[in-house]
Design a binder for this molecule. Sequence first.
Ligand code: FE
Length: 181
Amino acid sequence: MKPIISFVALAICLNINCEGQVNTSNATIKKPQQTNKKMTTSTNPYFNKTSKEKINISEQEWEKTLSPELFEIARKKATERAYTGKYDNFFDRGFYYCAACGNKLFESDSKFASGCGWPSFFETYSETSVQYITDKSHGMIRTEVVCGRCNAHLGHVFDDGPKPTGKRFCMNSISLVFEKK
Ligand code: FE
């Protein structure tokens, strides 16, 4: 009997552990991780590089549409780890678009090597490219930058940038899509 009891006990433990992981580690993103593995900008019906129409859809629709990593940053305001983004040390000439909706956000001429670990720009492509929100999270007062078309979280802007603006738009690479000129 003892081996059987031990086996049952082990099985119960394993079940508890598995459920514990599902319940405590982002259970809400489990579904899109399984269904959106092949998500690209071409499979995103809201991605449009010419439209100026505002996008106002539910968070559930965004979750179904975006990759899990983009959803976490664009809609949950997460931040990618410093020095890991594909555009951090990248200086090709072209334009940067919102990865969630295709809105044109930055031009490479305004990109500079800030050394902060995230792609940095001293100005946006146009006045309507982004919008600003006061962010009081983490015991700081910062200015959050979101997409002017779809409200996706992009990053923050600081006043320690180079001339001529003195601004440093500190962006998540995952929130951006680059295209050569
Ligand atoms: Fe957008």
